[in-house]
Design a binder for this molecule. Structure first.
Ligand SMILES: Nc1ncnc2c1ncn2[C@@H]1O[C@H](COP(=O)(O)OP(=O)(O)O)[C@@H](O)[C@H]1O
Ligand SMILES: [Mg+2]
Length: 82
């Protein structure tokens, strides 16, 4: 479980994620957003916040995680996904 409280100072970044999502909804195509930043900068928090908002707008979301320190173990991303 991931507790989402207030998201501060990320209006511009949230707007990009939501506009990209809405554009894919309208066009039926896909989109990619890359969120970069140092550890603890708030990447996961921002994306989780955006995902909650997308769900409220009808998105069905699933996610998987690529583990930097598990790259020697095959299929970890797929295993985290199922
Ligand atoms: N924009 C924000 N507003 C409020 N709290 C934030 C914000 N960004 C990050 N945090 C806090 O910092 C913590 C660490 O952020 P996190 O998203 O896990 O960093 P990253 O994924 O970049 O390593 C979050 O759990 C949250 O408590
Ligand atoms: Mg993170």
């Amino acid at each position: 479980m991931y507790l989402i409280l207030g998201l501060y100072g990320r209006d511009a970044q949230l707007k990009v994620l939501m506009e990209t999502f809405r554009a894919t909804q309208l066009s039926g195509t896909s989109g990619v957003c890359c969120v970069t930043g140092s550890a603890g900068a708030g990447k996961t928090y921002l994306v989780r916040h955006a995902m909650e908002q997308m769900k409220q707008e009808g998105a069905i979301i699933t996610s998987a995680k690529l583990e930097q320190y598990n790259e020697h173990i095959p299929y970890t991303a797929i295993a985290s996904f199922v």
